[in-house]
Unconditional design. Structure first.
Lengths: 283, 342, 232
């Protein structure tokens, strides 16, 4: 059981980062990026191509993350502009539809060009024992990366001026404009940041097992569930929900079955919506 | 003489005729399609039936989402409730097809109404309604897979008691679904023209203002969801009989919901013929792109993006506004002849 | 310092204010009077860049701000405190103030000045802004605006929702600021209170300037007295 829980935590850390990326974009602009999973896959495919060309895994990882950032910025500067011109439910709907279209385009292109595409970063070494449970080196690496990134985010949002600026836009956009913050610029930077997080998740996940080209929509679904359970717009909530749901996922998959597990997670999201819509840590 | 006495009546009939004209045209078009286009190919016929089925789903979805902004991501599941309800009844009992269809439709209507009631009670917005209905979709699919004895799980269910003339690759089946679609369009249009339609437009425009104007937003939402779900369930039930064989894949989220959403949005959310045009276009698109599943996905996506960047309200609305502008600029050069006659 | 000429603005294509000419000289306190719906908030939002200007010009010290968006106007020296305040509710008082100086780092001296002006804020500096009382929120809003070291401070109905004694204290604080050299542009419904601080004033009615003059002139103007002071 301990092993299952630890596996769940490793998965949950990745879930958490994914949720943070999605919740940031939602908190800032009210847009749910349905193409998020595909951005993760894009990073994975790019990294795998770099590895194929003989570069080191570290270089591949860096390039992968940069690719995700680039793709995100491209999306923001093209599709998101007309979305942000709308307001309220019009914006939500248009955001959903345009990002869904983007998800099809990106996912379809990647699957078409690289039908067998997958990224698997193999980290050698004997299993390391963590509280009595042998964990693969890959899992340890994945968790370490996720934790470091989480710590960086914590510092960024808590202590830097720009980070505080981002939080202010989420809490009161007009107030942010009044103190001299450009919400449009912040949104683009954060979209890029969410891309970077997607890239990191791609790398981390691929250390625990191959990340295939078809996993896009599944990843988006996970990110969405984590975002909802954590509270739309809450960065800490998304991370917490990610870890919790990762453990739930592992336990459920182990003791019940894989297919039911998806339902369990979606059920968690539905339950949150029906009982406590603001999520774990949302306002 | 008669003209003056019934002037008001005939004028109203005239304008109503105008309102139902698109349906008449569509019906005529659908009626002539088989001899003109299908030749005798059951394959083409089955494709057309598929398109009709999706168009019918679309009208129901349009009523729920287009008219009252409830994002029901469970069209497939509702159709499945209708289809499996009818199918299981047909196999387990000796009741006639009509009974099966009735039960399937009623079940779907109840489920849809219930989902809407939940959404209304908890004041769920678009995204949350979408997620909750999505959970229902997947939960239902899982239910189908789990109840092996009743539903046959992945292997599917053969539905007995189907008259061969209504098979989904026969002309009979085609006319069955064509008739169904036309009936749905009539209901949709009738609702649009009635006080119900007015209430729908009001609550879509500004919920608070509608409430203040006396529109019971909750009740109309649930009403729209129930009727729309009934339509979807009815289509699903008839499909079960007509196809003779159903499986969870027939009504899965991937196969049904994504397509219906994109198709209706393409044609125009809330418009009468939106679902029809959308279904037609996507049927043709699918045929042209049988080559690669992935490329089809890419083109779907590109399509969706282009449509919503430039024709936000869908193709139908784009035509209507274009037509409107055209007509208005023409009318400006002509004096209003009507008033002089009165 | 601030010149507004022929300004027009509104919502959804409709002009709510039109042909507005206002001048605020350095070191002055100018008040804009008007009843509800006269267009005071629309005017202020237009000057601050929150509303697009449909016509006219806004010039600050010779710099044309007519086409500038709100966040850029805020950086050129105009600080706007709206009636709704728009504070950051889940952030502490201190964080709110610190953000006021964006994009610059918060100046410790300025922060001390704000705390001196509003000791209550110092007491509650760790409290979340959303949990403050109305008066405290108003103080925080003004304090946040001051952190940017503005040249012109705009306040839209600063006494809304404040008890009379607190409203009085608020205007006393504003008077103190003016004495320290701050230029003020205030929209108010509470005429006598505002006139005590103002050098000049404008009366806005139905989206247009109806009257203008020194505070003395306005105080003795029979129309103003009848409409706003309830004096026959």
């Amino acid at each position: 059981m301990k092993a299952v829980v630890l596996d769940g935590i490793v998965l949950g850390l990745a879930f958490g980062l994914l949720g943070v990326g999605m919740t940031l974009v939602y908190g800032l602009g009210g847009v749910i990026n349905l193409a998020y999973g595909q951005i993760v896959i894009a990073a994975a495919i790019v990294a795998s191509l770099v590895i194929e060309r003989g570069e080191s895994q570290a270089v591949a990882a860096g390039v992968g993350v940069l690719a995700a950032v680039g793709l995100s910025v491209l999306l923001d500067l093209t599709l998101m502009r007309p979305v942000y011109r709308q307001h309220g439910e019009e914006r939500t709907l248009l955001g959903l539809l345009l990002t869904l279209g983007a998800a099809f385009v990106i996912g379809g292109l990647l699957a078409w060009r690289y039908p067998a595409g997958a990224l698997y970063i193999y980290v050698g070494g004997d299993p390391i024992s963590v509280i009595g449970v042998p964990m693969s080196v890959g899992s340890i690496w994945a968790s370490a990366i996720a934790l470091v990134v989480a710590a960086v985010l914590l510092v960024f949002f808590g202590a830097t001026t720009f980070g505080r600026g981002v939080r202010s836009v989420i809490q009161d956009e007009t107030g942010a404009r009044l103190v001299g913050i450009n919400p449009s610029f912040v949104r683009t930077v954060i979209f890029a940041l969410s891309g970077a997080l997607a890239g990191v998740v791609a790398i981390a996940q691929s250390m625990t097992g191959p990340l295939t080209v078809n996993a896009g929509f599944e990843l988006t679904t996970f990110a969405l569930i984590v975002t909802v359970v954590g509270g739309l717009g809450s960065v800490a909530g998304a991370f917490l929900a990610g870890v919790l749901l990762g453990v739930v996922n592992a336990l459920s998959a182990h003791y019940i079955g894989q297919y039911i597990t998806t339902i369990v997670l979606l059920g968690a999201a539905a339950l949150t919506i029906l009982i406590r819509p603001r999520g774990l840590l949302g306002r | 003489m008669t003209e003056t006495r019934t002037a008001g009546g005939s004028r109203r009939l005239g304008s109503m005729g105008w309102a139902f004209l698109p349906i008449v045209v569509t019906a005529a078009f659908l009626a002539v399609l088989p001899p003109v286009w299908f030749g005798d190919s059951p394959y083409t016929t089955s494709l057309a039936v598929q398109a009709l089925v999706f168009a019918s789903y679309g009208v129901g979805f349009n009523l729920i989402f287009g008219s009252t902004n409830q994002l029901f991501l469970c069209v497939g599941a509702l159709a499945g409730v209708g289809g499996y309800g009818a199918g299981i009844l047909a196999n387990e009992s000796s009741l006639p097809m009509a009974a099966g269809v009735a039960v399937g439709t009623a079940s779907a209507a109840i489920v849809g109404g219930l989902l809407s009631w939940i959404a209304v009670r908890r004041s769920l917005g678009i995204i949350f309604t979408g997620i909750v209905t999505l959970v229902f979709s997947l939960g239902f699919a899982n239910l189908l897979l789990g109840q092996r004895d009743l539903t046959g799980s992945e292997t599917g269910l053969i539905v007995d008691g189907v008259p061969a003339e209504l098979a989904d690759d026969s002309v009979g089946g085609y006319y069955l679904f064509a008739g169904l679609l036309v009936a749905f369009l009539i209901v949709f249009r009738a609702l649009q023209l009635s006080h119900v339609g007015w209430a729908f437009r009001a609550l879509r425009d500004d919920e608070v203002a509608a409430e203040l104007a006396g529109v019971n937003v909750s009740r109309y939402r649930i009403y729209a969801a129930t009727v729309g779900s009934a339509m979807i369930g009815l289509t699903g039930a008839l499909l079960a009989y007509s196809a003779g064989f159903i499986s969870p894949a027939t009504y899965s989220f991937d196969r049904v919901d994504v397509r219906v959403l994109v198709m209706v949005a393409f044609g125009g959310l809330g418009t009468l013929l939106g679902p029809v045009i959308g279904a037609g276009v996507f049927a043709i698109l699918d045929e042209q792109l049988t080559a690669s599943l992935e490329l089809r996905e890419v083109l779907y996506g590109a399509f969706v993006i282009t449509i919503f960047l430039f024709f936000r309200r869908g193709v139908v609305q784009a035509f209507v506004s274009f037509f409107d502008r055209f007509v208005r600029s023409g009318r400006r050069t002509q004096p209003n002849v009507q008033s002089s006659r009165e | 310092m601030l010149e507004v000429a022929g300004l027009a603005a509104g919502y959804l294509g409709e002009r709510v204010i039109d042909g507005i000419d206002i001048e605020v000289r350095t070191g002055e306190a100018v008040v804009v009077f008007g009843s509800n719906g006269a267009g005071k908030t629309t005017l202020f939002r237009a000057i601050a860049g929150l509303l697009p200007r449909m016509a006219g010009r806004v010039v600050l010290d010779g710099k044309d701000l007519t086409r500038s968006p709100a966040h850029r106007i805020s950086r050129t020296g105009i600080a706007y405190v709206p009636a709704e305040r728009h504070l950051f509710p889940a952030m502490t008082v201190k964080s709110n103030l610190v953000l006021g100086a964006y994009p610059r780092r918060a100046d410790r001296d300025t922060l001390a000045l704000v705390y001196d002006l509003f000791p209550r804020l110092r007491e509650r500096h760790r409290q979340h802004a959303g949990t403050l009382s109305g008066g405290e929120q108003q103080m925080l809003a003004v304090g946040r605006a001051l952190m940017a070291k503005p040249r012109l401070l705009m306040l839209d109905e600063p006494t809304t929702g404040l008890a009379p004694k607190i409203a009085q204290a608020a205007f006393e604080a504003l008077a103190g600021l003016k004495e320290g050299g701050m230029t003020l542009l205030i929209a108010e419904q509470q005429v006598p209170l505002a006139l005590s601080v103002a050098d000049r004033g404008y009366v806005l009615e139905n989206g247009r300037i109806r009257l203008e003059g020194t505070s003395d002139q306005l105080a003795h103007n029979p129309e103003v007295r009848r409409a706003y002071l309830g004096v026959a």
